[in-house]
Design a protein around this ligand. Structure first.
Ligand SMILES: [Zn+2]
Length: 466
């Protein structure tokens, strides 16, 4: 039995055309005009709708222990929310404790996700400490287990963060396997000193979170990571790039021929720092690292996407309830759990504020939300495009639908929405994961545990010569 999506307009990173799409056995098996609907086949009318690839969010933190608490979405609620917004694969992070075996932590994260996720999922391996005897020797087994990218933190010194010596060695070890290194680039020592200074001056409100992590600390750390990657002849992927300072460093590196990829997130494109000055501790909702930036930076990021300096849009989805979790930092911004919800909102924010406002073409929207994430992280062409032979992770998208973002309408397990009261557009009318219906016209039809773990291969892009 096949499902035929009829009379839609297929939009990929490169093409746009009217067609029917035939789905069978979890794959796209045929694309063409007026495909026959056989006995027992189902058809779905897509007139006036777009047929786009399911989104891939390569930066999420579901069920993650952090800052004395745990992110509020687990792998069921988080993937369910993501799929409501047209995302059908994620790459989350295995985060070992300092001193813990990477593979032991991997087993822990598989237990968190297996049997829960409603669509396919993969992991990056975070390297939170390094020694040659233990950690380096685990790299090849991580890669054999499908984690072909390693995440490093230059921030969060004393917790997840590593120093330059460790970062250099992680890069060198990853290079030996052709694996990707990704980096959270903020100067952790400078941040810790600025936090202590501000708290010492009784500056405790959420705005001081942003002033303890100014754009300069991101720009500096970005350049340092780029420099270390260059010494190692190693491609680099910069996660959640937020500011002009860091973007200019990426531009310089690419101009001299270095392979540097950059990711940003919707929240850095549509908000400015003034959110931290909202009354009644409301600014705590936007406390994340790096922080939301002053006016001017978001425009630079939009330009960066259009110029191809930024390849991917992810969410860094890491929700905490305002009540009971964010509130812990009411008298001390440094105790506010860092992170915010957004996994459901990525495709619609990028469509409304990108495509609808004329900043992105529909092809660029698909490219940064679906295709480039798959290419860079070894999921292409199984995921990330609409083509014969690919997984039928497909979204039937109504581009004309208008709505207002509201926490009450949101699937996140969280008591607020970052975009509350703002306009949005586009509706994911039918969402398929390997041909199976997750959402149809606002109704969830999936089940926990429908997703499979994706063992990723080393992407060609990861092996690019530096
Ligand atoms: Zn993150």
């Amino acid at each position: 039995m096949a499902l035929i999506l009829r009379n839609g307009e297929v939009i990929t990173a490169s093409d746009r055309y009217k067609a029917d799409v035939r789905i069978e056995g979890g794959k796209i098996t045929q694309i063409g005009l007026s495909l026959p609907v056989g006995e027992g086949d189902e058809s779905y009318d897509c007139a006036g709708r777009w047929i786009v690839p399911g989104g891939i969010d390569v930066h999420t933190h579901l069920d993650m222990p952090f800052m004395g608490t745990t992110s509020s979405d687990d792998f069921y609620t988080g993937t369910r929310a993501a799929s409501a917004g047209g995302t059908t694969s994620i790459i989350d992070f295995v985060i070992p404790r300092r001193g813990q075996s990477l593979l032991e932590a991997y087993d822990d994260w598989r237990r968190r996700a297996d049997g829960k996720a409603v669509f396919d999922y993969a992991f990056h391996m975070a390297v939170t400490w390094f020694d040659t005897a233990e950690v380096r020797s685990e790299f090849s087994r991580c890669i054999d287990s499908g984690m072909t990218s390693f995440k490093t933190f230059m921030a969060y010194k004393g917790a997840l963060g590593i120093d330059d010596d460790e970062l250099f060695k992680v890069m060198s070890a990853a290079k030996d396997h052709g694996a990707m290194v990704t980096v959270h680039a903020e100067n952790g020592d400078a941040v810790n000193n600025l936090i202590a200074r501000h708290l010492g001056q009784k500056k405790t409100d959420p705005i001081w979170h942003a002033r303890s992590r100014p754009p300069e600390v991101e720009g500096e750390a970005t350049w340092r990571a780029i420099t270390l990657a260059r010494f190692n002849g190693q491609p680099l992927y910069v996660v959640h790039l937020t500011c002009r300072d860091a973007l200019e460093r990426v531009r310089e590196a690419r101009a001299r021929g270095q392979v540097v990829y950059a990711e940003t997130c919707p929240q850095y494109l549509v908000f400015d720092e003034s959110v931290y000055e909202r009354p009644d501790f409301d600014g705590a909702k936007w406390v994340m690292s790096p922080p939301i930036r002053p006016k001017g930076h978001p425009d630079a990021l939009w330009d960066g996407i259009a110029e191809g300096l930024i390849q991917t849009i992810a969410t860094d989805h890491c929700p905490f309830f305002f009540k009971g979790q964010k509130e812990v930092g009411r008298d001390n911004f440094s105790k506010i759990p860092n992170g915010a919800p957004g996994i459901q909102d990525r495709m619609s924010v990028m469509y409304h504020y990108g495509v609808r406002s004329g900043k992105l073409t529909p092809h660029q929207w698909v490219d940064v939300c679906c295709t480039q994430p798959a290419r860079i992280f070894g999921l292409f062409p199984q995921k990330g495009t609409v083509a014969v032979g690919t997984d039928a992770d497909v979204v039937v998208f109504d581009p004309g639908h208008e709505f207002i973002f509201r926490a009450a309408d949101s699937q996140h397990r969280c008591d607020y929405n970052l975009y509350e009261g703002m306009s949005g557009s586009g509706r994911c009318e039918l969402v398929l994961s390997r041909g199976r219906v997750l959402w149809e016209k606002g109704e969830f039809k999936g089940n926990s545990g429908m997703g499979d773990y994706l063992a990723r291969s080393i992407a060609k892009d990861q092996q690019a010569a530096v």
